[in-house]
Design a protein around this ligand. Structure first.
Ligand SMILES: *Cc1c(COP(=O)(O)O)cnc(C)c1O
Length: 400
């Protein structure tokens, strides 16, 4: 089966009592057992069936199975947000006295998880330029527990070579972990590009248009000890398992992922090209533009599509605020890959609590706008972008 078919036709673990065509939402907390010995088998982990919905639930299990089917993963674990998946992943990998090799070009909360939260537990953050392989080689040592990167960094749109990073990780016997939220896992083969684990905020593309929070760990099974800690420690002891209702919405989201994503990525590419030619726009960040420094690498690793996030730079912060204030169709909101297009000024919002020095180190610029492209007609989006950039002037006959 091809991915588009698998997304819809992954068989259920058990036949439904009423032959429901879509998996039911098992909004129950506990499950009954016929006898005490079987109950003991289940609670002791000798038999894997649900006993309590904080740790296993049939609807969530089915989402996990579909994602495993689509990615070829050995195991998938679903959490109640992207951050819950990332923290479960890192708490299952790190320990006091160990270090995490990563970059400053990271999603704000992941950066804070690594540089503050985990650091408080004695895990040392070693944040370097992951695009500079020699620099990475210099900082990895016997106490490194993993190399962690983002496939396309948000908002810098930087792409590091996972194949080169994987060679270093293999040499030291440590996992290469990537947050691949920016390009859906259906577009590339995580295993083939050297990843041991993917973590994904399924809130974004998977949820089907911002219907629910969710996070996934996609585990290729190369580090059984870490897999065991994810399923037996993180899920049980940290308590971030996905609720059944969210899993249901994300299963439905998965079924339309390809149709939505292809449209959004196509529109995003055209918008990036369109913005590049506008005089008000100083720079466009989109790996699908040939002028992007990582254009070829991104294509080799992640395939022909480049996601639906486009960033661009204006003259100064006032121009950014004016642009946002002038928008009529595109919403001023955070989040990515909603069905509606969104715009935000990351420097003053998502990264607002960080110091200017930290933002500079992270390359979060005061002149950058981040767009998330939705499913609207591209002509309407172009018109809104132009009128917001130019103030009162409007597009006439397709011309500015
Ligand atoms: C949104 C996002 C997250 C966090 O996901 P939540 O579901 O909001 O917790 C992590 N990484 C990246 C790249 C994201 O875009």
């Amino acid at each position: 089966m091809k991915n588009r078919t698998k997304a819809i036709h992954t068989p259920y673990g058990r036949r439904d009592a009423w032959d429901a065509l879509q998996i039911p939402v098992y909004n129950c907390m506990a499950y009954e057992f016929d006898d005490a010995a079987y109950m003991s088998d289940v609670f002791s982990g000798r038999v894997i069936v649900p006993d309590y919905s904080r740790v296993l639930n049939p609807t969530v299990m089915h989402l996990e199975e579909r994602v495993a089917h689509l990615t070829g993963a050995k195991e998938v674990s679903a959490f109640n947000s992207g951050m819950a998946a990332i923290s479960a992943m890192l708490f299952s990998t790190a320990a006091a006295g160990k270090n995490i090799v990563s970059s400053r070009h990271m999603f704000g909360n992941t950066y804070l998880l690594v540089s503050r939260t985990l650091a408080r537990f004695g895990v040392e953050p070693r944040l370097v330029d992951l695009c500079n392989i020699e620099e990475v080689e210099k900082v990895v040592d016997k106490d490194t527990c993993c190399i962690f990167l983002e496939s396309v960094t948000n908002p810098q749109t930087e792409v590091a070579d996972t194949r080169a990073l994987s060679e270093i990780a293999k040499k030291w016997g440590i996992p290469l972990i990537a947050d691949t939220t920016m390009i859906p896992f259906t577009e590339f083969d995580g295993k083939a590009i050297g990843l041991d684990f993917q973590v994904v905020s399924s809130t974004k593309y998977i949820s089907g248009g911002a219907t629910s929070l969710g996070g996934l760990i996609i585990d290729y099974g190369n580090f059984p000890e870490i897999s065991e800690r994810i399923k037996k420690e993180a899920v049980f002891n940290l308590g971030g398992y996905m609720p059944a209702q969210s899993a249901y919405m994300q299963i439905i989201g998965l079924e339309t992922l390809d149709a939505r994503y292809q449209r959004q990525a196509k529109t995003a590419k055209e918008i990036a090209e369109f913005l590049k030619d506008l005089p008000e726009v100083k720079e466009v960040g989109y790996t699908g533009l040939e002028s992007h420094p990582n254009y070829h690498l991104a294509k080799e690793l992640y395939g022909d599509t480049s996601g639906a996030m486009v960033t661009f730079d204006l003259e100064n912060i006032d121009a950014c605020y004016n642009f946002l204030n002038n928008l009529k169709l595109i919403h001023r909101a955070t989040n990515l890959f909603d069905n509606r297009s969104l715009a935000i000024h990351p420097h003053s919002t998502i990264f607002g609590t960080l110091s200017d020095a930290e933002k500079e180190e992270m390359d979060v610029k005061p002149t950058t706008i981040r767009l998330s492209i939705g499913l609207e007609d591209i002509e309407d989006l172009k018109e809104d972008l132009v009128q917001a950039l130019k103030g009162k002037e409007m597009i006439k006959d397709g011309k500015i």
